[in-house]
Design a binder for this molecule. Sequence first.
Ligand SMILES: [Zn+2]
Length: 173
Amino acid sequence: MEIYKFGAECLRENTNAVKNITQELLNFMDDMIETMILAPGVGLAGPQVGLNKDIFTINADEGIFEKIINPRVLKKEGISTFNEGCLSFPLLYSDVVRPEWIKVSYLNEDGEEVIKEGDGLWARCFQHELDHLSGVLFIDHLSKKQMKELKKDLKDIKKIGLSQNDLEKILLS
Ligand SMILES: [Zn+2]
C-alpha cells in the first residue's frame, strides 16, 4: 500500500463513519496492518492510505494488532509529552503534548462495541490516529518554535506529498 505523505490532500479530509463492516473492509485493514509492520510503525489511519473512512490499525498494546472502527474518546485525563512521529512524515519527530489517559469506544472487526481505557503508548497512539480521521496531523499540535525548527524537513516531505495528489484514492463499497 502507498502511504500518503504530508502535502497529500487526502490527509486533510474528514472521514466518514463505517456503516457496514464488509469482508472487503476487513481485508483492506489486514493490508493496512501489513503496511504498518513493514513501514515500520505502530499506527496507520485510513486517510494515510487514501481511504476516508473512520478506521485505523494500531500495534501499541504488547504486540496486539487492533482494527479500530468508528472510534471516539469518551473521557480524557492528565497531560503528557512524548516525542511523536508519523508514517506520513518520514524521519520527522517532535514533542507533542496530549492527555495522558483516555477512555474510548469503538467497533472491533466483529462489529462489537469495545470500551477500553489506558495510558502510555497505547493512549498516545490512539489519539494520534484518531486525529487523522478529522484531518488533524501531529504537527498541528506543535508550537511556532517547533514548527520553525522543522520547516526545511517539512518542505522536503511536502514535495513528495504533493506529487501523490494525482494517485488514485481507494473506493470501497
Ligand atoms: Zn500519523
